[in-house]
Design a protein around this ligand. Sequence first.
Ligand SMILES: Cc1cc2nc3c(=O)[nH]c(=O)nc-3n(C[C@H](O)[C@H](O)[C@H](O)COP(=O)(O)OP(=O)(O)OC[C@H]3O[C@@H](n4cnc5c(N)ncnc54)[C@H](O)[C@@H]3O)c2cc1C
Ligand code: FES
Ligand code: FES
Length: 476
Amino acid sequence: MPAGLHERGGPITVVRMADRIRFVLNDQPVEIDGLSPMTTLLDWLREHRGLKGTKEGCAEGDCGACTVVLERPDGKHEAMNSCIALLGQIDGLVVRTVEGLQAAGGEPHPVQAAMADADATQCGFCTPGFVMTAYAFASGGESADPDTIHDALAGNLCRCTGYRPIVAAMTQVAGLPIEPPAIAAARTAAASFDDRFHAPRSLTELLALRAAHPDALLLAGATDLGLLASRSRKPPSAVIHLAYVPELTAVDETSKDVTIGAAVSYARATPPLAASFPALRPYLSRLGSRQIRTMGTLGGNIGTASPIGDMPPVLIALGARLKLVSPRGARELALESFFLDYRKTALAPDEVIENITVPKLEADEMFFCDKLSKRRDQDISTVAAGYRLAVEHGRVRRARLAFGGMAATPRRAEAVEAALVNDGFAAAARALAATFTPIDDWRGTAAYRLQAAQNLLRRLELRMASPAYALEVEAL
Ligand SMILES: Cc1cc2nc3c(=O)[nH]c(=O)nc-3n(C[C@H](O)[C@H](O)[C@H](O)COP(=O)(O)OP(=O)(O)OC[C@H]3O[C@@H](n4cnc5c(N)ncnc54)[C@H](O)[C@@H]3O)c2cc1C
Ligand code: FES
Ligand code: FES
């Protein structure tokens, strides 16, 4: 049981009063009172603050017209989509919009000057979003190689200029000196902003709130849930925001495991995961866009339980374990046992995913993963696969394989593993057909998905046989 949860025989009640949302916008402190914390940041900027530079294009995190930049205390600048971010999530953060970019004396910021010099705009609708993405990229100290620029731009769409001049502007601004935030944001100490938006600051508060508000949805990065407020204009009736609970935002590493808090963003989770599992770096670079990876989390990807979520199949193949916590205590569950049926999980109503632990590879093991989607970027997988293999003299001795898009849930494929170890790749492809009934939807028919998954196994065989082929595939 988490310390202090049941003191004097009963659960602790969170008694703090509702508080204002405080953050820093374009170097000025802001306090918001009397407005729903479920309002999107974009609506607040445009309709309440009169800052119309930030645009609404798709209202679902896809086009980047609403991009603003979070300026972290460590100097990191991260682009994010303001259309799917809820005001309550912004508490304690430092935000910059395109209006906050002007250099001293009203001169255009170097990023704006570079966009103008490169003729990187026509109708201009997408331009503030591109400018903010370029600003985050420029101050990140990254190189101007085409792959990095492509990665930075994957979350922004332009319908009229064409990307060549935009890439040219990005090339010009790479590596601008980092400007740390002028003032730090004070984070509110509140556990709730109103009776609908709960923002616990400790695990104890989180579990007490979960018990007290069983109908409130857990909210991590809001890249799934935020769409209810933006696209559907029907925000959840109540949420419990997880981003400020220390246990859920910790990253821990031992010689045996990597543990990622469930509310750690993809942007923060990628370096420790990629250090132990290098194949995850290119894989994660195709999950959404940078804007989505600033906010989205592993806990959200698992909690949403989509059969086509990118991370469950690779984490199942790796043998990941979940720590689930509730007022009744903590339990550990293999990720493969978490998904029970379509969007149905083993999470009890009072439980929360605290973290995900991934065992590191043994000396004889290697790990590969693959994702097929209709677009390279900004698109969830049609079929995804993870393979953890122990190989000796070119033969697979042990295997853990898992697939997404091949059933109502992401699933481990034990029969395919056995066929691979005992009889090789051709037998594994046949076992795949006998094991799975793939889902059938507009992303891919069941027949397509089966064929594609079998082809992924063939690709794995080629990859293992030829390191040069592996490099080509990683570069796709
Ligand atoms: C433009 C766009 C592109 C995307 N591209 C991809 C993609 O390429 N691949 C992909 O897989 N997904 C993609 N997604 C979906 C989404 O980004 C991911 O599923 C993401 O991981 C969700 O995480 P989150 O923190 O934003 O979750 P949230 O939206 O905050 O929550 C999602 C669900 O998980 C539950 N939840 C969150 N945290 C916990 C927890 N700790 N314990 C229990 N339940 C919890 C919530 O209650 C909710 O039901 C995309 C989304 C958008 C908008
Ligand atoms: S409006 Fe398109 S990503 Fe936000
Ligand atoms: S300049 Fe018109 S959409 Fe990009």
